[in-house]
Design a protein around this ligand. Structure first.
Ligand SMILES: *[C@@H]1O[C@H](CO)[C@@H](O)[C@H](O)[C@H]1NC(C)=O
Ligand SMILES: *[C@@H]1O[C@H](CO)[C@@H](O)[C@H](O)[C@H]1NC(C)=O
Ligand SMILES: *[C@@H]1O[C@H](CO)[C@@H](O)[C@H](O)[C@H]1NC(C)=O
Ligand SMILES: *[C@@H]1O[C@H](CO)[C@@H](O)[C@H](O)[C@H]1NC(C)=O
Ligand SMILES: *[C@@H]1O[C@H](CO)[C@@H](O)[C@H](O)[C@H]1NC(C)=O
Ligand SMILES: *[C@@H]1O[C@H](CO)[C@@H](O)[C@H](O)[C@H]1NC(C)=O
Ligand SMILES: *[C@@H]1O[C@H](CO)[C@@H](O)[C@H](O)[C@H]1NC(C)=O
Ligand SMILES: *[C@@H]1O[C@H](CO)[C@@H](O)[C@H](O)[C@H]1NC(C)=O
Ligand SMILES: *[C@@H]1O[C@H](CO)[C@@H](O)[C@H](O)[C@H]1NC(C)=O
Length: 763
């Protein structure tokens, strides 16, 4: 029995809205990075381990470890998702001599069975002849169906325990890997198709002839690409050219980064004498999909017929005459080809076998004898919804030795998890619907007693203050939900701009993307209940439509969109400092109104710069408060101690620790927004230098050191009066105090900001 046991267990899901500052070809609609069981001090000032080649990995002490099975639930949109599991066996090896064995399943797929992370690292270290593999990532690709849930369940083997350091979930383009172009089958005419009922595991993702490409430099899906040095067999010349890469409809710009296509292995001299070969060990008894990425970058090859080569997979001809100029429009045009091959289980034990990929110049004489490859991805296909294979065969002697090496190399790791912070992220509306589906009762306390009475006495929808529209009216308003009217969207569905009442009123129409109508009535009731809150600094709901299976909410239209889109990653003109102060004051007033409800404070729970909207007169209005939980009691008790809602980078660390939700959690998030406004940068920049990843930590420390001036938005240089900046920095930092009770109330924040404004105006 393991000495570890966890009295407290809950979920920690961080939803990262800000991924990076740079524009990437693909922007994941769903992105979660769950740092499992982070240390007790601060959830998001975690250090990114810079010594690791991929600095996307969180601080190594963090993990969740349990002797009973546990499930993480991610609420996502339907469609294909990456599920990445980060393991760092080092986190327990110095404490426990018994390596854990456990199974992992997700949405009906067995991903790992009686899996040992330490056997896997030892094996990796051995096969890569490198001293230490500090951690590794298992990447799975799962198609999430209409349930819009991605469950990940960890089940310890008997008398063992399970652990996980981090989980990442990211969406991907619909037809990139699933339901993609028809592959070629090796040795057979027909075979499995990679559709919605297949799960994949990525086994290799290689950048031929190039270096490591970390997740941050991928096309927005955080795939990491490894060099092929460990797999190339025999000679092979590295070619690097900065030929411009021209993506096409067939090979869109998210397919693979330019860096992959700009480097390649080719054959060089003596090409007729050997095969350009890679040897890739895989588990036998499964189908594999090989995706070969090609791009001609060598300037002397310019025409069709000059370089033609044959591709062999497992000694079978996969492609007789590969000619890039025949396949594409010319140099610099990337293309990929998919092949599916079955790897026979020869000994009946699903042992590992080598998958051979080889290339040779075509036997018919061509102008140049050469062959080349730029990138390679290898995926294992699920068989009967199962992807697991036995652990690599290694003796325990091997294992202990490798643990000792690891132990020397790493800082000692003490902490056993005592309590784990619970954060469940709600992709806006979807969650409430799901809660309702599970039959969870909501607390419907509001400021407005009257409306509550009205609703409880009669379960029909209130109509006096909130209009009910017909579907036809909504369709007319949005030109049949025309995509040209679409002004935004998210997990809940799309938002359209529309015109109502003979085009006299401009509205924002949120069309919910729901697969089932169960619980909708309760859902609407709650939304409407909340919509009765009226304040000049809150976005108000005009009406709704529930008709013919459609669920639509109609809000007043905010001409200037979100606060965030005026701050960074934007072409819009910068806001003046005074306008920014006015906006902050307005938003603070809106939050103060929510907090000062007579009965029980309404806690927003998701204060961030995208939830502060601006109308045509630049009046700030807090939005999405309809999705807040009322009061501090949480209904998600059933299988999670507490569900904490919030966005990564904005979440109150104290809330994470204590799970006590108070108004001060909103104050914390608002402090982050204040610094966002001042510095015009996202709350989190994954790829930034360690100390700058989290804006809250970075700005607080600059304020302490008196260097705030250096990190303010360059567009504000010279505009802010020194006294005003001091006051503003002080207010924002006080909001970010570690302890909630030390933080000011929202009302004090309003005063503080108004004072800062006066200091600005006097100057
Ligand atoms: C990727 O391609 C899309 C559509 O072709 C285009 O809109 C987008 O700007 C491109 N992104 C980058 C970073 O090149
Ligand atoms: C697979 O899922 C996609 C949505 O992600 C859907 O459009 C498509 O129709 C599904 N295909 C099948 C065969 O069910
Ligand atoms: C959707 O996925 C869930 C969970 O894996 C499964 O139980 C359900 O049968 C699936 N539904 C469909 C229509 O495939
Ligand atoms: C799990 O695997 C280990 C080693 O590979 C083996 O000793 C053990 O019996 C397995 N347990 C189960 C339940 O299969
Ligand atoms: C996901 O897990 C939750 C809790 O364990 C369970 O209630 C739900 O049915 C699961 N959903 C799916 C689609 O597997
Ligand atoms: C991304 O690529 C750039 C340019 O090649 C490089 O300077 C940078 O270090 C890379 N970033 C990461 C996180 O690997
Ligand atoms: C392919 O051929 C090589 C020798 O040319 C051999 O060593 C290897 O085992 C073969 N691979 C397969 C999968 O048959
Ligand atoms: C290249 O590989 C193919 C398929 O395995 C094999 O038939 C051929 O003999 C090899 N050629 C050389 C030169 O090794
Ligand atoms: C999946 O495959 C593994 C290895 O073959 C096996 O041990 C396990 O029982 C399978 N799981 C299921 C659910 O069939």
């Amino acid at each position: 029995m393991s000495p570890f046991s966890l009295p407290l267990f809950s979920l920690l899901i961080l939803f990262i809205t800000m991924i990076t500052g740079t524009t990437q070809p693909y922007k994941a609609t769903d992105y979660f990075f769950l740092d499992c069981g982070s240390s007790s001090t601060n959830t998001y000032s975690q250090k990114w381990d810079r010594d690791n080649k991929d600095n996307f990995f969180p601080y190594s002490t963090t993990r969740i470890l349990k002797t009973t099975s546990f499930t993480y639930t991610f609420l996502v949109t339907k469609g294909p998702k990456f599920l990445r599991l980060y393991f760092n066996p080092d986190t327990y090896s110095s404490r426990n001599p018994n390596p854990p064995f456990f199974s992992v399943s997700s949405n009906g797929y067995s991903l790992l069975t009686n899996f040992s992370a330490s056997l896997t690292t030892s094996f990796l270290a051995k096969t890569h002849s490198s001293q230490v593999i500090p951690y590794f990532v298992k990447e799975f690709l799962i198609h999430v169906n209409n349930t819009q849930i991605l469950n990940v369940t960890f089940t310890p083997s008997p008398n063992s325990y399970a652990f996980i350091n981090a989980i990442e979930v990211a969406s991907m383009p619909e037809n990139l890997y699933f339901n993609a172009k028809t592959p070629k089958y090796i040795n057979q005419l027909k075979g499995p198709v990679i559709g919605n009922n297949t799960a994949l595991e990525n086994i290799y993702r290689l950048n031929m002839g190039g270096g490591q490409i970390s997740g941050c430099n991928d096309t927005g899906m955080f795939r990491s690409w490894d060099p092929d040095n460990n797999y190339i067999y025999g000679p092979g010349t590295t070619q690097v050219y900065d030929t411009p890469i021209r993506y096409t409809m067939d090979t869109p710009n998210y397919t693979a980064p330019e860096l992959v296509y700009q480097t390649q292995r080719s054959m060089g001299k003596r090409a007729n004498k050997y095969n350009l070969t890679w040897i890739l060990p895989v588990d036998s008894g499964f189908y594999y999909m090989l995706r070969l990425h090609f791009c001609n970058i060598i300037p002397r090859y310019t025409e069709i017929g000059q370089v033609v080569f044959t591709i062999f997979i497992n000694n079978q001809t996969a492609e007789q005459d590969a000619d890039l100029f025949y396949w594409t429009q010319g140099s610099g045009y990337p293309v990929y080809k998919d092949y599916i091959v079955f790897v026979n289980d020869l000994d009946g034990h699903q042992s590992r076998q080598d998958l051979w990929l080889a290339m040779h110049p075509s036997p018919y004489k061509h102008q140049y004898a050469d062959a080349y490859l730029n990138g390679l991805e290898v995926f294992k296909l699920s068989k009967d919804h199962n992807l697991s294979s036995p652990n690599p065969k290694l003796s325990l002697g091997n294992l202990q030795q490798s643990s000792i090496i690891e132990g020397n190399n790493k800082t000692p790791l003490y902490a056993i998890i005592i309590g784990v912070c619970g954060i469940l992220v709600l992709l806006s509306i979807v969650l409430i619907v799901l809660l309702q589906k599970r039959g969870v009762k909501h607390h419907n306390t509001t400021c407005d007693q009257q409306s509550q009475a009205q609703i409880s006495s009669d379960a029909t929808l209130p109509s006096n203050r909130c209009r009910r529209f017909t579907l036809q009216e909504v369709k007319t308003a949005t030109n049949e939900f025309n995509d040209n009217c679409c002004i935004g969207g998210g997990g809940f569905g799309k938002v359209y701009k529309g015109y109502m009442d003979n085009a006299t009123t401009t509205v924002a129409v949120k069309r919910l993307n729901l697969s089932s109508s169960q619980g909708l009535r309760e859902f609407i009731t709650e939304i409407l209940l909340l919509s009765i809150l009226r304040h000049v600094h809150l976005v108000s709901m005009i009406g709704y439509c529930e008709d013919d299976g459609e669920m639509v909410l109609v809000y007043e239209y905010m001409a200037h969109g979100t606060l965030q889109e005026h701050l960074y990653n934007t072409n819009k003109p910068p806001l003046s400092w005074k306008r920014r102060l006015d906006i902050c004051i307005g938003a603070a007033k809106g939050l103060h109104y929510l907090h000062s409800c007579e009965k029980r404070a309404i806690i927003h729970r998701d204060v961030k710069s995208t939830n502060i909207l601006l109308d045509e007169n630049w009046v700030a209005k807090v939005s999405d408060f309809g999705l807040s939980k009322l009061g501090s009691k949480d209904p998600l008790k059933a299988h999670v101690s507490t569900a904490v809602k919030g966005s990564f980078g904005y979440i109150d660390p104290e809330y994470c620790r204590t799970k006590q939700l108070t108004e001060k959690s909103d104050v914390y998030s608002f402090g982050v927004v204040l610094f966002e406004v001042l510095c015009a940068r996202p709350a989190v920049i994954q790829c930034a230098r360690d100390e700058q990843v989290s804006l809250a930590e970075w700005a607080k420390s600059c304020n302490r050191k008196g260097t705030l001036q250096e990190i303010i938005d360059p567009k504000l240089r010279g505009e802010i009066a020194p006294g005003c900046l001091r006051k503003f920095g002080k207010v924002a930092s006080s909001c970010l105090h570690e302890e909630g009770r030390e933080r000011p109330a929202m009302e004090e924040v309003v005063w503080g900001l108004q004072f800062a404004l006066e200091l600005q105006e006097w100057s």
